[in-house]
Design a protein around this ligand. Structure first.
Ligand SMILES: Nc1ncnc2c1ncn2[C@@H]1O[C@H](COP(=O)(O)OP(=O)(O)OP(=O)(O)O)[C@@H](O)[C@H]1O
Length: 485
């Protein structure tokens, strides 16, 4: 989706073109004069401008240098009158990308737009993308970075999806760093840890005297995000009430601090991340469809680590260097055997799991000049070997029964009680798998939250979010301590 400005005083043609472009999924803004267009380009950024040459308060050509001087340099397509023989010359001489005649067919107009946006996409893909901390040169990483560069240069809301530990937060930071908002703040909101009762004061801030103990004005997170980027991590964890509040904020771009009696305008770009399937949540009515469509103007999916085998060595070396530098230890080499083992593993916890494994390796063999599989903690090595065995066994073992879970392994309710609506069934199954998993994890880690994070590869906030969802807790560590309700 692109943001397009149509500048034409001919109301009939302007509305026709705007409707056509909006129908293609673009966000369209209109202007009928030079003055109006000047105001619009100050208020928002555009990817493409359709510009009529003859406007009531001047020539559209006078606008061109100002359009080209804009920070994101929109493409310009000149609109000429039907049969105007100078159209092409005018476009070339003025430095516009193309021209269209008002008499062009609907298809001709659509193609002119498509060509200009494709050209822009290619031009932008060639621009360098700053990628702090994002390692990898595989096709999957390069593709994701190209998407990131395009998204960063637009003003569109971005949804980053992917398994836990694939680097969603890292990519969100890169979007901010590569955007025109990089000088302002990136404000991160962990939705899994956001308590409904204090959400309003955290986000909106308060005025002096708003409640007992409010001895001064306190700006909220939104005030900090003004001009910058607001990153909602684990957006799937927002309650329905909180979703409603965010939707209102996104629609009005205003908010009211507690104790304030007027609305304050706020300008931020929204980036959200989720490792849950939001479309499924929309189908199950646990995530608002209108919010879903608003937050995912652009979707980016960083690849899981198992799809980036050629990058594993570089990523491991990058994090090993970082870990050893922090611990003031000499940097060991990674043996070929170890890298082979890494490449044959599934990495369900992705790069975060790799980082934890490297930390464990360094702790187990801090002064070794070269690290081998034998330096791995025993439980980690067993995990690797099992994963490799399962991978090699897969193609040779014929399925002994039709694909799908063994009904005997499912809780009774899934085989008989749950209504046969697919979404309801799938969500019940998902919740039950989560529950069984958490109970096993808590038992295996004997109630130790640190171990649970390492073993599961989940972030602390995600793990706490899941425990809270299922009413589970972690008992203080101790011999034989296991999690209970
Ligand atoms: N391509 C990469 N290169 C180097 N490090 C990476 C890469 N991708 C992820 N990481 C590292 O992996 C760890 C996890 O990254 P991050 O927290 O961004 O993941 P996430 O997808 O947001 O996880 P979660 O969904 O659990 O919150 C971080 O230490 C990050 O630096």
């Amino acid at each position: 989706m692109a943001h397009i400005l149509v500048i034409d005083d001919d109301a009939f043609f302007r509305e026709f073109l705007c409707r056509l472009l909006a129908g293609e999924g673009h966000e369209v803004t209109r202007a009928a004069s030079v003055a109006e267009a000047d105001g619009q380009v100050l208020a928002a950024e555009f990817d493409l401008v359709f510009l009529d040459v003859r406007l009531p308060d001047g020539s559209g050509l006078d606008l061109l240098p100002r359009l080209r001087a804009l920070p994101n340099e929109p493409e310009v397509v000149i609109i000429t009158g039907a049969g105007d023989p100078d159209g092409a010359e005018l476009a070339i001489l003025s430095g516009a990308w193309d021209y269209i005649e008002k008499s062009a067919s609907q298809e001709g107009l659509r193609l002119a737009c498509l060509r200009a946006l494709r050209f822009r996409e290619k031009k932008q893909d060639a621009l360098p993308v700053r990628r702090p901390g994002i390692i990898g040169a595989s096709a999957a990483v390069e593709r994701t970075l190209r998407q990131l560069g395009r998204a960063a240069r637009s003003q569109a809301n971005v949804l980053i999806v992917g398994e836990t530990g694939v680097g969603k937060e890292l990519y969100a930071r890169a979007i901010h760093d590569n955007s025109s908002r990089a000088q302002a703040e990136l404000v991160i909101v962990d939705c899994a840890g956001l308590q409904e009762t204090i959400m309003a004061s955290e986000l909106f801030g308060h005025r002096r005297g708003a409640f007992t103990g409010a001895s001064g004005d306190k700006p909220g997170l939104l005030a900090r995000a003004h001009g910058g980027t607001l990153f909602l991590d684990e957006v799937s964890e927002l309650s329905l009430d909180m979703q409603k509040g965010f939707l209102r904020l996104l629609e009005s771009h205003t908010y009211r601090p507690l104790g304030e009696n007027r609305e304050i305008p706020v300008d931020f770009r929204l980036v959200c991340a989720s490792n849950r399937e939001l479309a499924d949540m929309v189908a199950a009515a646990t995530f608002r469809a209108d919010l879903f469509y608003r937050i995912r103007a652009v979707t980016i999916a960083p690849p899981p680590l198992r799809d980036m085998a050629e990058d594993i060595h570089d990523i491991a070396e990058y994090h090993l260097t970082r870990i050893c530098r922090c611990a003031k230890l000499p940097l060991p080499a990674l043996s070929t055997d170890l890298i082979d083992l890494f490449c044959g593993y599934d990495w369900p916890g992705n790069v975060r799991e790799l980082v934890h494994v490297l930390e464990a390796l360094v702790a187990a063999a801090p002064l070794e000049p070269e690290l081998f599989p034998s330096h791995l903690p025993r439980d980690v090595r067993v995990r690797f070997v099992r994963s490799r065995a399962a991978r090699t066994a897969k193609p040779t073992q014929p399925p002994s029964r039709p694909a799908g879970p063994d009904p005997a392994c499912l809780p009774y309710s899934l085989t008989a009680d749950v209504p046969l609506n697919w979404d309801v069934y799938k969500h019940t199954a998902h919740a039950q798998v989560e529950r069984v998993y958490l109970e096993r994890l808590i038992g295996a880690c004997q109630g130790d939250i640190r171990t649970a994070i390492t073993v599961s590869g989940l972030s602390q906030s995600r793990l706490y979010g899941l425990l809270r969802k299922h009413g589970l807790g972690l008992r203080p560590s101790g011999p034989g301590a296991a999690g209970t309700q």
